[in-house]
Structure formats: C-alpha cells, structure tokens
Design a protein around this ligand. Structure first.
Ligand code: PHE
Length: 456
C-alpha cells in the first residue's frame, strides 16, 4: 500500500475528477434529454438532484476512497470486513463494464464525426436533416465502421490508463480539460450571437411542468448520477490516490460546479444553434449527430466550428472513459494483485468486445431484439436508471448505518481548515439523499407496474 500511486497536485486531482464527470452525459445526453422532457422542467429536477443527492454522495465517495486508499471492493471490505458491503463495490465494477461498453461506441462516433467535419463532409448536408439522418443511421447501423472507430477510441482509453495515475490520467486531463472549456466558451458565444440564438435560454431554463412524467423524473435522477460519475465507485477510486491534505468539501464543490456549468454551456451552445436554424429541439439522441451537421455548413467557417465541436466531444468522452476503465483496472490491481498493464489491456479488450455487440445492436445484429429494445439501450437504461442510483443510495446508507457519521467526519475534515461540521446536519443530508433516491426508484417501479405513478 505504501507504493500506491498518488496524484501529483491538488489541481490535478480536481481536473481528473471533473474530467470524469464532464463527458457525453453533459454534452450529448443532457441536451437531448432536456429537449425531449420539457426543457426547463427537466433542468430544474436535474439541478435539485445534483445538489440534494449528488453533493453528499460525491463527498462520501471521496472520503471512503481516501480513508481506505483502495478501489471500491477493497474499500467497503476494509471499513466493513467480512460483510456484504463489498457487493456495493462489486456492483460498481459491474456498472463500469456496462457503461464503458456503450460509452466507447459513442466515443467512436465522436471521432468519426470529427473527421467528417474536418474533411468538409458536412457541406452537402446543409439544411437537410433527412440526408444527415440517413448518413448517421447508415453509419451507426453498419457492421464494420462504427466498431473500428470504437476500437480506436478504446485504444486511446487504454493508452492513457496504462500510463498510470499521475503519468496518464492526470497528465492528459490537465491538457484536455482546459481545452474543453475554451472551445465551449467560443462555441457558446458563437451560438448566442446567431439570430434567435437566445431562445435557447428560454427553452432550457423556463419550466414546462406538463411535460414531466414519473419516467422523466427518474431519468433526471439517474442522469445526475451519471453526469457526476457517481454510484459505481469512480470517485472512490480517484479519492484513493489522494493524500490527507486535500480539502474534500471544496474539491467536491468545484467538481459539481464545473460539471453543471459545462452541461449548461453545452446546452446553450447547442440549442442556440438549433433555434437559430429552426431545427427540431426534440430530435432525441440524434440531436447532435444529425441536426448539428446540417447547421454548421450554414454558419461562416462552419467546418471549423463543426470540427471543434466534435473534437471537444471526443475529449470530454475520453476523460470520462478513462475514469471508468480505471475502476476496473484498480479492482484487478488492488484485489487480484495484477500489474496495471495486464489488467488494463485485458479488461479494456473485454469491454471493447462487449461494446462491439452494443454497436451491432444498433442495426446489424441485435441480440436483444426479442425485447423490442436494442442491447445498447438496455445497457444505458439499466446502468443509469437503476445501477448507479442503487449504488449511490447504498453508499449513503453505508455511511449512515455501517461506517457511522462520526467516523466519516473524522476522515472528511482532514485537509480542511475549518472543522465546524455538525454531525446532525451531515446525518440529515445523507438521509434525505438516500430517501430521495429510494422514493424516485419506488415511484418508477409503481408507475411501471400499475401505470399510475405517485408523482409525475
Ligand atoms: N460522468 C460521465 C459523463 O457525464 C459518465 C460516467 C459515468 C463516467 C459513470 C464515470 C462513471 O459522461
């Protein structure tokens, strides 16, 4: 344990953890989910979940990781030896496999679209969503091309993780995170200065509650876990590479702030462009890959904007994908005594193979066709609607009823100048957080069984 790798600096940790948080969830999922679920109303539920549920759980994960200096399975086992709590860690490792499988597929799409834009391929799509839709559809439903791009994307992910915590994750996120922020600011200003661009603000922030259903509330909750990389031990793993002098409260606040800021900026940049060109905001998952390519060629310098946008999306996806693979790699290093290189290459490859089936399920060969839903969607729904919220809720319950709030606070205040933490407040925060997740899950289950939710 003395040889455990460590982050090189406090800022490096914050950038790595916010790199994990900021990803496809912010730039691809949030805008299309908000677009389909009432814009402002979805945004409000999502923001409430981030604050009420997300904040305590981000801190809990950091504290558990730093205390034990181990990835999730070992971490739960250390605090609660010979108990069933290690299964929460196992659930996390399983979620990592599930999420990275489909995440890598979309990561591959971002690379392909960067290249299309760079080579001027969007120009024939100007104002023609139909052709753009056909192009996207035939690409993702193809057997070979999307898998090749997925392999390239996973190759980058493996490449970073093999280099370790400081020399890999930290080094690369320190370059990519500032680049993402700069490109996003430029794109947002570009969007807002287009005619009608400011309609995006109304759409995203003015609530239309009638569009909110039980299902969209669960979606907003699940999304708040997904976007903060919570409920599967990513933040436990990243926290395990910390020294005791990091202020975990301020780090968590920074990460939540950056993640939310970037989601909102991406939403504004994308919807401003969509409204300026009179496109459909409710276009679903294709919003970015179908609608945006028809809009870029109509803007002066469109090929450059398009390339910047998809490259930004690629970098955001990569800084998240590495954090997911690190959960798997760290499990095999900590629990099985494997070397980093071996663990990363073997399990990076396993995930790539499962991911290839996800990609095939888009059209070429769907192994879940009997369920009327693609394997890709099964993995996405399963992880973000159930696995992450359940993992997060159990983490909160773990602090409350197994580890104990006083022990938790003793570890949490290390690295903080101001030690004035009231245990009663901490207890209430964790209880509310666990109760909200429990209630929303129950509400969804009741809605699925009876057809009438309690709320929504
Ligand atoms: N937070 C990432 C995103 O928003 C996805 C992610 C989920 C990363 C879970 C790690 C763990 O895209």
């Amino acid at each position: 344990m003395q040889n455990r790798e460590q982050w090189g600096s406090k800022l490096g940790f914050i950038l790595a953890a916010s790199g994990s948080a900021v990803g496809l969830g912010n730039i691809w999922k949030y805008p299309h989910m908000a677009g389909e679920n009432g814009g402002g109303a979805f945004t409000i539920v999502y923001l409430i979940c981030i604050l009420v549920v997300g904040l305590p759980i981000v801190i809990a994960e950091f504290v558990i990781g730093r205390k034990t200096q181990l990835s999730p399975v070992g971490a739960f086992e250390t605090v609660a030896p010979k108990s069933n709590w290690k299964w929460v860690g196992m659930l996390g490792v399983a979620s990592a496999f599930v999420i990275l499988s489909f995440y890598g597929v979309v990561g591959g799409w971002t690379l392909k679209y960067t290249l299309i834009s760079l080579t001027g391929g969007f120009s024939q799509l100007a104002g023609d969503p139909e052709t753009s839709g056909t192009l996207f559809d035939s690409f993702i439903k193809g057997a070979l091309a999307p898998i090749l791009w997925q392999i390239v994307f996973m190759g980058f992910t493996i490449f970073v993780i093999v280099q370790g915590v400081k020399g890999g994750i930290e080094k690369w996120t320190k370059i990519m995170m500032p680049a993402i922020l700069v490109i996003l600011v430029v794109l947002m200003i570009r969007g807002l200065t287009l005619p009608n661009g400011t309609q995006a603000l109304d759409f995203l922030f003015k609530p239309k509650f009638e569009d909110l259903t039980a299902s969209s509330i669960v979606l907003a909750l699940g999304h708040s876990f997904f976007t903060l990389s919570l409920g599967m031990g990513t933040m436990i793993t990243y926290g395990s590479y910390l020294r005791k002098d990091q202020n975990l409260l301020s780090s968590a606040l920074w990460i939540i702030f950056l993640d939310t800021l970037i989601a909102m900026m991406a939403g504004v940049a994308i919807f401003a462009t969509v409204f300026a060109m009179g496109a459909d905001p409710g276009a679903g998952p294709g919003l970015i890959f179908v609608v945006l390519p028809t809009i870029f060629p109509k803007i002066v310098g469109g090929a450059i904007w398009g390339t910047l946008f998809f490259f930004l999306l690629f970098m955001a996806a990569l800084t998240s994908a590495i954090s997911i693979l690190e959960v798997i790699t760290a499990y095999f290093i900590d629990e099985k005594g494997w070397g980093r290189e071996k663990a990363t290459i073997i399990f990076g490859s396993v995930v790539t193979v499962v991911g290839a089936f996800c990609s095939l399920s888009m059209g070429a060969f769907n192994i879940t066709s009997f369920m009327d839903i693609s394997f890709f969607d099964v993995l996405d729904y399963l992880s973000s609607k159930y696995m992450l919220p359940i993992g997060g809720m159990l983490t909160a319950l773990f602090v409350l009823y197994r580890w104990g709030v006083p022990n938790f606070i003793t570890e949490m205040v290390l690295g903080m100048d101001d030690h004035n933490i009231n245990p009663a407040v901490v207890r209430i925060l964790f209880m509310v957080s666990a109760a909200v997740v429990g209630f929303i899950l129950l509400n969804e289950i009741i809605a699925t069984i009876t057809g009438t939710p309690i709320i929504g």
